[in-house]
Every structure is written in C-alpha cells, then in structure tokens.
Design a protein around this ligand. Structure first.
Ligand SMILES: C[S@@+](CC[C@H](N)C(=O)[O-])C[C@H]1O[C@@H](n2cnc3c(N)ncnc32)[C@H](O)[C@@H]1O
Ligand SMILES: Nc1nc2[nH]cc(C(=O)O)c2c(=O)[nH]1
Ligand code: SF4
Ligand SMILES: [Mg+2]
Length: 218
C-alpha cells in the first residue's frame, strides 16, 4: 500500500530539469518532521515548505499496489503515445520511506522516466533515472552519489563543503524560502543574496531558484 498526499501535472520548478513537464507524486509522511506546525521548531528539518500529512490532496489517496499507483500517475500525463517521454517526479514528504522496486518497475512499465527528490537519509531502490539529494541539517547521508545534489542554503549545520566532493553530476544551492511559524530563518532576500554570493565565490555550485513559485504554478 502506498499513501499519497497529492499528485499533479506541472513543470519541474527546481534544479537541472527546471522547466520540464512532469507528473509529481507527493508521498505522505517524512522521517525528519511530523508535518505538524507545533512540532516544527523541534524538527530535524524545520524549514519545510510543503504539506505532506494525510492522503486528502488532489489526486491523492491510498493505492493498494504498484500497478494501480503507476496507472493513476500515467493518467495525469497529457498524451497517450508521445511524442515526448512521460516524466514522473517522486517527492513528498520523503518518498524513500515508501518507494520500493515494484513501484520503480511499474512506473517504467507505464513508460515513465523516473526521478526522485529525497533527503538522502534512506537507501533507494535500483533503477531510478534521476536522483536528486537535498541534505538536511546534521543528518547522515546514505545516498552519497547521484545526478543532482541540491542543498537548501544557508543551513548552518549543512555547509556546502561537506558535500562538494561527493559523486554528483550537478551541484545546486537553493535559497531557503521563509515559512510562516519559525523564528531565526533568514528572510527570502537575505537567503537569496547569500546564496548568490556563495556561488560566485565557489563556482562548482550553481543557483537553483524555485521558479514555480515565481510564475504561480504548483
Ligand atoms: C519538500 S522536499 C520533499 C523531498 C525530500 N523530503 C527532500 O527534502 O528532498 C522537496 C524539495 O524542496 C526543498 N525545500 C523544502 N523546503 C524548502 C524551503 N523552505 N526553501 C527552499 N527549498 C525547500 C527540499 O530541500 C527539497 O529539495
Ligand atoms: N513545480 C514544482 N517543482 C518542484 N520541484 C520539486 C518540488 C517538490 O516539492 O519536491 C516541486 C514542486 O512542488 N513544484
Ligand atoms: S526532509 Fe523534505 S519533506 Fe521532510 S521536512 Fe524536510 S523538506 Fe520537508
Ligand atoms: Mg515543493
């Protein structure tokens, strides 16, 4: 059984594939925050910009097996037989808590290229086509290689220098967007400025902007 908060068709807003049409599958639950505002201040990951509790969002629900979920996600892609390869982004919450080999297989059977957005603290099944790891605070990464490392910046407990020798093809810093209800975060303008400065001084890193928020799409 898979518990899905919501699923929707949009453009990847972040990182190396930004601008690419994709079906988003947002898994319920995370190992670094309960998702309840009253727990935010004490959470390992306290700056999350996403609602992931329950399965009540658009196209969300509980799916009894991999085939049922994969068909559901495929139905959100706009064309039946191309052109263009269907692209699905598994996110959450933390997708690695529920993702298993059967779901990767079922998504491939539906013709999807499969991407994941993960905090990197849980092992991943084989065969995912695009792995984006976004490290959090003082957590220990178990996923130390992949396609894209996308670090939210600044995080005093997760400085870029801890990750810049790892085996990723792309290194991005994404300015921390402020969320309501937490003191001590940089404002949006401050985070953006310091991210720009870090990239300019350490050109291995590129700037990732959350473009979906700028253009008002999901
Ligand atoms: C909501 S997370 C879900 C996937 C996974 N749990 C993770 O953290 O990578 C999706 C992406 O949003 C980023 N993100 C979350 N909160 C953010 C914020 N306040 N500002 C900028 N990026 C944020 C995460 O770092 C991650 O790259
Ligand atoms: N458009 C859009 N792009 C995204 N890239 C990563 C997202 C996420 O929440 O994981 C996200 C999202 O929520 N929306
Ligand atoms: S690890 Fe990801 S889903 Fe979990 S609280 Fe942090 S940003 Fe949100
Ligand atoms: Mg998001």
């Amino acid at each position: 059984m898979y518990s899905i908060k919501e699923a929707f068709y949009s453009l990847q807003g972040e990182g190396a594939h930004s601008g690419r049409p994709a079906v988003f599958c947002r898994f319920s639950g995370c190992n670094l925050w309960s998702g309840r505002e009253r727990d935010r201040a004490g959470a390992v990951c306290d700056f999350c910009d996403t609602a992931f509790v329950g399965s009540d969002g658009q196209n969300g629900g509980k799916f009894r097996d991999a085939d049922q979920l994969a068909r559901h996600l495929r139905s959100l892609w706009p064309t039946l037989n191309g052109p263009g390869i269907p692209y699905v982004i598994l996110t959450g919450g933390e997708p690695a808590l529920q993702l298993d080999p059967a779901l990767v297989d079922a998504l491939h059977t539906q013709g999807f290229e499969v991407a994941i957005e993960t905090n990197g603290t849980r092992p991943l099944p084989q065969g995912i086509d695009w792995v984006c790891v976004s490290p959090k605070g003082n957590t220990e990464l178990v996923v130390t290689e992949g396609d894209e490392l996308k670090l939210v910046y600044p995080q005093p407990q997760a400085l870029p220098g801890r990750f810049d020798k790892m085996k990723f093809s792309h290194f991005y810093l994404q300015p921390m967007a402020s969320v309501a209800g937490l003191a001590g975060q940089p404002g949006d303008e401050t985070a953006l400025r310091s991210t720009i400065d870090y990239c300019l001084q350490h050109p291995q890193w590129r700037l990732s902007l959350q473009t979906h928020k700028m253009i008002g799409i999901e």
